[in-house]
Structures are given as C-alpha cells and as structure tokens.
Design a protein around this ligand. Structure first.
Ligand code: SF4
Length: 474
C-alpha cells in the first residue's frame, strides 16, 4: 500500500463513525489502516452480509488499495503463524519494513532420532534478549536427503512432536512432499519447491492441501515469472519466489541483482503478477566448504547481505552464536520502524539490589542507550538505580542538543519517579558525560541539597569511573 492519506481510505469506509472497530471515527480507523495497526476485518459493518449491497464494492476497492506492494503470505497456523513479505518500499528509510524475514533452520530425514530431537529443541528454545526484545529463531526447514517418502513423513512428524514452529517442507519430489503434507498440512507449512520439472504435481499439492508454495527457477527470472502467472491462473496465490542463491563468485552478484530486480518489479513497477515474497538460501554457503568455521562465517555473511537486499524468508544451517547473532542484530535494526525510535517506558529502574548507599544514574529512554547502560551496570555488578528520562526515544547527545532533556526535565523526572534523595547516604546522582553542561544548573535547581556528579561519556567506562569517584567526597 503506497497510500499515505487517511482521507483517501476514508471514502471506502462506511463513514458512520459507529465505533464498532474501537476507534471513535472512521477517519481514525483509516489512519490505523495506513499505519498497519488496524485490519479491515475490524470494521464489521463492511463485512456484514446485510450490507453487502451497500458496501460490497467499497470493500473490494479498499482491499485493492491497502494490499501491500509485495504480497503478504501467511505460513504456519495458530499463535506461531508468520507473515512473509507484505513490504511496501525498496528501502527502509522510505517508510519502514514490516515483516522481518523468518530464519528457518534445517533438519534432515537422515538424522538419527536423538540428533533430530536435540536440534529441533535447540531451534525451538533459542532466544536472545536484545534491546528490550527476545529475538528467536522462527522456523524449521525439514529437508529430504534420503528421497524416501515414509522417512520424510516420519521426520516431519517427529519435528512436530517437538516444536510448534512453522515448517518448510523441502524436496523436489512431489511424492516426498505429499507424504510430508499428509502429516503436517493442518499446520500450513511452506512447500519448497515447484520447479520447471515438477510444477504440475506440486501445484496440485498446493491446491489440494491449501498451503503456500515456493516456485524455484534459479537465475531465470522469466521462467519464474511464467510459473508465477500459471500458478496464479490456477488460483494458487500464496507464492514465494526462489530466484537462486549462489554462494560465491559472479553468480552471487547475479543473485543479489535478481533480488533487487524482484523487489523493484513489485514496489516500483507495480508488476502485480510478479509481486511475491522472495526466499534466500544462505545455507548454500555449505556447498563451498565443509570447514565448520568458514561455513558458519560465510553463511552469516550471505544472510546479512540478503537481509539488506530484500529477502523475505531464509533457510539456514549454522546455529553457532557467531553465525546467528550478527544476523539477528542486523535484522532487528533493519526491521525497526525508523519513524519511531525504539523506547523503554520512562521511569526509575533498579539494577541488581540497590540500597540507600547505591549510586543513582540517569540516561534517556532511547532503548539502545538504556539497555547499553543497564547492561554495563549489571554485568559489572554495580547495584544501582537507573532513571530513564522521557526524551521520546532520543539518545543523550541528540536530546541535549535538541532540548528533549534539560535540567528541569531531569528534576521533574526524578520527582515523578518518586526518587527521595534524602534517604540516600550520598544525596547525589550521576549525569551522563554528554550532559555534563547541566551539572551547575542542576545544583542550583536542587539548592545544593542534591549533587549532580558528571559521569563518563561512555557507560562502558562506569566501572573505572566508580573506582576513582565513588562514593563522592563530602
Ligand atoms: S467499525 Fe467501520 S464504520 Fe464503524 S467506526 Fe469503525 S471504521 Fe467506521
């Protein structure tokens, strides 16, 4: 959806301001649709059978107008269902990206049961706290390497016994895929893949089992487009495109260019018969090496590159932290909304078990700054209080320059948080070094009853600062 004006969506709504959707007005609902915090299904009058004559045409038009430029495909079922694709822009700074590409980690039907269960449990429970969020691994890609349909079905079943995460069923043999679907279709797995050789049988499977399907035509965009059109004509529209992921050399360059061409075709050229999410296979790094360090490293490089180049979903292998973490962080940062800084709730937080003798630090409510300071304090066992001043999510340096943090705002923030300096033994707090210029004015504001100490500019230096400066001299 390229539409940015609520007024242009408002004309497709009933305009009765009935409030059924939870908004007071249809205009507010239209604004919610543009921000993608509202779904059209929430406007019940639009979907009421009785109103079909009155609103049917408007509803169809609205659906067309709000459809994302890259089609949105749902994979999985229930709470763990994932949105794949659904993007509207080429580059993040043009608005925002909405649905981070799920990482699917592979298992195979050649693994022993013990190894299979262990790896699925690792995928299922993997998580890392990063800037206020738990980052997780989203999917399991079950690969058929034996070519045996019954082994594949047993493997898929075992995976499902150990995780609720959505699946990708990987085989080019329709019989193997069918066996996997027999046991997992209710979970709406993604099939990988239909090719020029097997597309008729795989299309039939996607149609019969009502599951999304990947179309694979490596380095042949015309062939991919032809397949997409054929599937769409058959009424199969939950498609993912695989334009090929070469692990290195000139073909890798071609892969990257193809990813960009596909995103451009969807977003800038409006090719509606070719606007599907795209899958990348960083796992192909392992085609070039068996060395575990080199493979994990190169897989991570490929994944990072394809996150930037618009991959909407990925199949990966290495679960080594040095391979997963950089891509998790990159993905997190690219898929945060640049229009809204990532924030924590303003207020006074405890780090460890602070007492009346503990230092009191302050920072802003920009999540990256807050969690960095909190982590530096916590990992150095500095029991303390930490005030997050509301700067609308702006970091210290910019907030000082822009006036989002001032001495009086700091004093008010401490008061609102209920900080009673009289109870502390030191009657002081520690300013970030970048707000040092506020120190004198704060002393004045507090009538010299509370001392504003100047801490280091970098919270990583707090332990060294503490050694020399804490407790403060009377
Ligand atoms: S439910 Fe529909 S008609 Fe009612 S206020 Fe919301 S958008 Fe308007």
């Amino acid at each position: 959806m390229k539409e940015t004006s609520p007024l242009n969506l408002y004309k497709f709504l009933p305009q009765t301001n009935c409030g059924d959707c939870g908004e007071q007005t249809c205009m507010a609902f239209a604004a919610g649709l543009i921000a993608r915090i509202r779904k059209i299904e929430e406007c019940k009058p639009l979907f009421d059978e009785k109103n079909q004559k009155k609103y049917g045409k408007k509803l169809d038009q609205l659906k067309t107008v709000i459809a994302p430029e890259v089609a949105l495909v749902y994979v999985g079922a229930g709470d763990q269902q994932l949105k794949v694709g659904g993007e509207d822009v080429m580059y993040r700074h043009q608005m925002t990206f909405f649905n981070k590409p799920p990482f699917a980690y592979d298992v195979t039907d050649a693994m022993s049961e013990a190894d299979l269960v262990e790896r699925v449990k690792l995928i299922d429970t993997w998580k890392k706290f990063y800037i206020g969020n738990w980052e997780t691994v989203e999917m399991v890609a079950v690969r058929s390497v034996t070519g045996d349909a019954s082994k594949f079905a047993a493997c898929v079943k075992k995976v499902m016994e150990n995780t609720e995460k959505p699946l990708i069923l990987c085989s080019f043999d329709p019989k193997v895929l069918k066996a996997g679907l027999e046991v997992s279709a209710a979970k709406r797995p993604l099939i990988y893949a239909a090719t020029k050789e097997n597309w008729k049988e795989v299309a039939q499977l996607a149609f019969d089992y009502k599951v999304p399907v990947t179309l694979s035509a490596p380095f042949d965009l015309d062939g991919l487009k032809g397949m997409a059109q054929t599937f769409a004509e058959m009424g199969i529209k939950d498609l993912v495109l695989d334009p090929g992921t070469a692990p290195n050399g000139e073909k890798l360059q071609e892969s990257l260019q193809n990813f960009i061409k596909l995103r451009r075709a969807a977003v800038e050229e409006g090719q509606k018969d070719f606007n599907y999410p795209v899958i990348a296979l960083p796992i192909n790094a392992w085609l070039t090496t068996k060395d575990p360090v080199r493979g994990a490293y190169w897989e991570s490089v490929l994944a990072a590159t394809f996150v930037i180049r618009g991959a909407d979903i990925m199949i990966r292998h290495s679960m080594e932290p040095h391979s997963v973490m950089p891509d998790m962080h990159l993905r997190f940062n690219i898929y945060t909304d640049p229009r809204t800084p990532v924030q924590v709730k303003p207020g006074l937080y405890k780090v460890g078990n602070p007492t009346d003798d503990s230092p009191v630090f302050l920072t802003t409510n920009f999540a990256l700054t807050y969690y960095t300071v909190e982590s530096d304090l916590g990992s150095n066992n500095i029991d303390s209080y930490l005030l997050a001043v509301n700067t609308d999510g702006i970091g210290v340096q910019a907030a000082v320059a822009g006036g989002q943090i001032t001495p009086s705002k700091i004093k008010d923030a401490f008061a609102e948080a209920g900080m009673d300096f009289e109870k502390t033994s030191h009657k002081s707090f520690i300013l970030p070094g970048m707000a040092a210029k506020f120190s004198g004015e704060l002393d004045d504001l507090y009538g010299y009853k509370v001392k504003a100490l100047v801490g280091p500019e970098d919270s990583g230096r707090i332990p060294g600062w503490m050694e020399k400066q804490w407790p403060p001299k009377k």
